[in-house]
Design a protein around this ligand. Sequence first.
Ligand SMILES: CC(C)(COP(=O)(O)OP(=O)(O)OC[C@H]1O[C@@H](n2cnc3c(N)ncnc32)[C@H](O)[C@@H]1OP(=O)(O)O)[C@@H](O)C(=O)NCCC(=O)NCCS
Length: 194
Amino acid sequence: MRADTVQSIYYNQAPDALRREIAAMLNRIWPDDSLMSSGTIPATHDESLNARSFFAYVDGRLVSYAGVVRKSIKHEGHFFNIAGLSCVATHPDYQAQGLGLQTVAAATQWMEQSGADWGIFTCKPHLAGFYDRAGAWPVVPNVTLIGSRDTGALSSESLQVVVLMRLFSAKAYAYESILRHTTIDLGLPVGHFL
Ligand SMILES: CC(C)(COP(=O)(O)OP(=O)(O)OC[C@H]1O[C@@H](n2cnc3c(N)ncnc32)[C@H](O)[C@@H]1OP(=O)(O)O)[C@@H](O)C(=O)NCCC(=O)NCCS
């Protein structure tokens, strides 16, 4: 399987058939019967996050997926455009064949060129090596990521996940000192996270 087999499209422009395939594959990993039985296609990404979808087919079946979501946040008085990986998954029958590395590599390359100041997301500690291999994503031990400061908001600490972060823009490097040893507020609704 070669990396150029990874396809990509803005999720907001994806046809219903593709959205359905993405939702069905992700439902194998994170089952949500209420969504899949309702007849409507569950939205994989919130429209406001202007997601870019990366996906690979094998034998005509969508089997690996990685989304890049984007938003603007204010951190210590400065605005930044940030991007993050979301809904990274490979169908259980197709795992350990290099597909996840390919979709995440393609998503990371796109993110590097996307105009985002930095990329940030979280993963379970045992997957840190996977993201390092796929996109040179380092764990930043002194950064805490929070969905928001609202009661009940999710955080990297409460979820016991590690924070992965890469700086992309000159602006990000110029402000690097405020991006270390800090808490970064994503400004997301309660229950949402990266
Ligand atoms: C994580 C996931 C996307 C990897 O997809 P994949 O297509 O199986 O990954 P690849 O075959 O490209 O993996 C290549 C390497 O990543 C690492 N890796 C992959 N899955 C791993 C896992 N579950 N635990 C630890 N390392 C893993 C391995 O080093 C592997 O290399 P190896 O096969 O030489 O040992 C897939 O296991 C998955 O869908 N998991 C469930 C959903 C999930 O946890 N998503 C991540 C949310 S942050």
